[in-house]
Design a protein around this ligand. Structure first.
Ligand SMILES: Nc1ncnc2c1ncn2[C@@H]1O[C@H](COP(=O)(O)OP(=O)(O)O)[C@@H](O)[C@H]1O
Ligand SMILES: [Mg+2]
Length: 256
């Protein structure tokens, strides 16, 4: 096709022209190759993505298409093979491991499918520890954040004394305790029943709408994705609706 928006590289070219207002995240031509013995796995094959501050983006796509790899790179857990990854203005693909760790602590909050809470600590101590690790910006006070996620009565409980939904709400409280620029969630409702999923998704949406928390969430579930303000579809290491996403990010196009 010869549309001006549709010649192979147009996504990247358009992105380069965007003098973005306030982007929380900008990814350009991101590639990730894993090498296992003699085999190369091309997990990401040139991903462009721009997420504006305050957006709630859902990433969908079949298993193995590169969603978690993308999220791990966005969160500074993994260094890409090539490409640029601007988190809050800093290219985290091009800095040392220790600088990346520092950025991750200050700017990123992670929510995991399996909650990843510390099992021997109470809810309060899980939050305290996270607050201490993420020094830097003004931390949220624990009481405030706990009432936000509705766990006031559960501060002395250990994770195994909480339901799955409560554990995930604690996981979210931990992730946002230091006002991260971006909240990254990898299948946050993947281990929850529908009632608890709904509570967790409602919480994420509230954080996004009321507190302008920029959020990127991976999900398999179209119902979960419907809580987001934009859906990005991936397949085989690429973003499918890449051009629409670039247009949307430029603020001129259609949201779908
Ligand atoms: N650490 C790794 N080493 C080797 N291959 C990996 C590694 N992590 C992911 N992969 C491979 O990269 C591809 C994308 O994986 P992933 O990002 O986990 O997909 P998704 O989250 O969409 O299911 C898969 O083929 C997977 O097997
Ligand atoms: Mg995954």
């Amino acid at each position: 096709m010869n549309s001006p928006l549709d010649d192979g590289n147009s996504g990247s070219n358009l992105l380069r022209k965007v003098h973005h207002q306030r982007s929380a995240l900008e990814v350009r031509d991101l590639r990730m190759v894993f090498r296992v013995a003699e085999i190369e796995i091309h997990a990401l094959k040139g991903v462009d993505l721009l997420v504006r501050a305050g957006e709630f983006v859902a990433i969908m796509g079949p298993s193995g298409c590169g969603k978690s790899t993308l999220l791990h790179i966005l969160g500074g857990l993994l260094q890409p093979t090539s490409g640029e990854v601007y988190v809050d203005g800093v290219d985290i693909a091009r800095i040392s491991d220790s600088e990346r760790t520092e950025i991750r602590r200050r700017k990123i909050g992670f929510v995991f499918q399996r909650f990843n809470l510390l099992p021997t600590l109470t809810a309060r101590d899980n939050l305290r520890l996270a607050r201490e690790i993420r020094n830097g910006r003004q931390p949220q006070d624990i009481e405030g954040i706990v009432s936000l996620v509705g766990l006031n009565e559960k501060l002395r409980h250990k994770p195994y004394e909480l339901s799955g939904g409560e554990q995930q709400r604690l996981g979210i409280a931990r992730a946002i305790i230091n006002h991260p620029a971006i909240l990254l969630a990898d299948e946050p409702t993947g281990n929850l029943d529908s009632t608890n999923s709904e509570m967790v998704l409602t919480l994420l949406k509230t954080l996004n709408e009321q507190y302008k928390q920029t959020t990127i969430m991976i999900t398999h579930d179209p119902d979960a994705a419907s809580y987001a303000s934009r859906i990005v579809e991936m397949k085989d290491g690429r973003i499918l609706n890449r051009v629409q996403n670039v247009i949307y990010a430029m603020g001129t196009g259609t949201v779908f």
